[in-house]
Write a protein that binds this ligand. Structure first.
Ligand code: HEC
Length: 127
């Protein structure tokens, strides 16, 4: 009985986490590593700095990355702080932002890193 309770608790907790998280991802694409980067792809959805990327920085990074530490990832500063030193437009794999967070720095999930990569590979727009 105790075990059953644990299972119910754990699964409802993880459901809760996922349901909040996926609110921010375009509905028809649940796996950010599959977000198309080619605008002619029928499933193309533009990942916006303002609505999808900045909230990740605001929630996970700006406690340290503010006026006291580069890159300054606060809203309104992040774009100019990242480009061109930390983000190479259309090349997420060589962008320092991605190599740093992929090492576990900042504690981002695979999904969040996927969104950062998609934004970069879509041209890292100030959108
Ligand atoms: C607890 C404080 C803290 C948090 C939270 C944090 N960082 Fe950092 N970050 C640092 C420190 C300190 C350094 C420099 C030393 C190092 O490399 O670990 C750094 C270095 C970096 C660098 C390399 C800077 C350079 O000039 O080489 C990047 C890029 C970076 N952080 C991005 C992020 C991102 C993106 C997040 C959020 C997902 C984040 N950090 C969260 C403290 C933090």
């Amino acid at each position: 009985m105790k075990k059953l309770l644990q299972i119910v608790l754990v699964s409802s907790l993880s459901f809760l986490c996922f349901s909040c998280y996926y609110d921010e991802i375009p509905e028809h694409i649940l796996n950010p590593s599959e977000i198309p980067t080619d605008p002619t792809d029928p499933n193309y959805v533009e990942i916006e700095l303002s609505s999808s990327i900045q909230p990740i920085f605001t929630a996970n990074c700006i406690g340290c990355h503010n006026e006291n530490r580069d890159p300054d990832l606060r809203e309104g500063n992040s774009y100019n702080a990242l480009i061109p030193d930390y983000v190479i437009s259309e090349d997420a794999d060589v962008s320092k932002l991605i190599t740093v967070v992929s090492s576990g720095h900042g504690g981002l999930s695979i999904e969040e890193i996927g969104l950062l990569k998609a934004w970069i590979n879509q041209g890292a727009k100030n959108n």
